[in-house]
Design a protein around this ligand. Structure first.
Ligand SMILES: Nc1ncnc2c1ncn2[C@@H]1O[C@H](COP(=O)(O)OP(=O)(O)OP(=O)(O)O)[C@@H](O)[C@H]1O
Ligand SMILES: [Mg+2]
Length: 211
């Protein structure tokens, strides 16, 4: 499915897409949080992008571990440690491996979600990034296990992610700063669920070009 070169491309492209959407993410966070989500993630991804050149000969697990360190140290807020944990846990699943298979990707995605849930003490339905990631993971896993081709796996995963993202508009937040708004957070799309969707879309787009 991918190797270290493709992983570097994915992270580099994520940095560009987050920068392009910095304003959108910040506006969404302004509505139900403190308005720093786009700024936080752009800071982390910009620092990560600068370090990518020095990581190009490392294996995928080391690259993800370095990405995790950057996120935990540079991003701050709730999302930095959560995305950092996700990268770290995903990397642990593929320690020492060079070619990452579909089965590895399932394990990575699952571990990333478990890491976020544990660190955030959160679950599906709390109006967070997990509302994008969990449905996307479920669709991804069943499409791979079903033997779908890449296009179908990617389509089903992004469709489930988008549905999850839209769902965040309909529910009240139970975690993070948005939780203080309670019912008043209904009607607003969650910023973290949005950044997660953007990242998944980058993974799908880069893999579509590489495969
Ligand atoms: N406990 C949690 N579990 C999972 N995701 C969370 C949790 N808390 C916040 N988030 C996600 O983080 C996003 C906010 O990230 P941001 O970078 O703005 O950090 P922050 O301002 O410290 O967050 P917050 O104010 O929500 O604590 C939310 O939109 C949500 O998706
Ligand atoms: Mg915020």
């Amino acid at each position: 499915m991918f190797n270290n070169k493709i992983l570097i491309n994915i992270l580099s492209e994520m940095a560009d897409v987050i920068k392009e959407n910095r304003g959108l993410l910040t506006d969404l966070d302004q509505a139900i949080g403190d308005g720093d989500h786009g700024i936080n993630l752009d800071r982390g991804f910009s620092a990560l992008k600068e370090s990518l050149d020095s990581l190009k000969d490392k294996d995928c697990a080391s690259i993800l571990n370095s990405a995790a360190m950057v996120f935990i140290s540079k991003v701050g807020g709730a999302s930095g440690p959560l995305y950092g944990t996700a990268f770290m846990r995903a990397g642990k699943e593929i320690a020492g491996k060079e070619n990452i298979t579909g089965e590895d990707a399932i394990n990575m995605f699952n571990a990333a979600i478990e890491g976020i849930m544990k660190r955030g003490k959160s679950d599906k339905g709390d109006k967070t990034m997990l509302d994008t990631l969990i449905p996307a993971f479920e669709a991804f896993k069943s499409a791979i296990e079903n033997g779908d081709d890449f296009e179908s796996i990617s389509e089903k995963t992004l469709e489930a992610a988008k549905e999850g993202l839209e769902y965040t508009k309909t529910i009240a937040a139970r975690k993070g700063r948005a939780n203080y708004l309670g019912e008043r957070s209904i009607g607003h799309q969650d910023p973290g669920a949005t950044s997660s969707y953007l990242m998944l879309k980058v993974i799908a787009d880069v893999l579509a070009k590489e495969l």
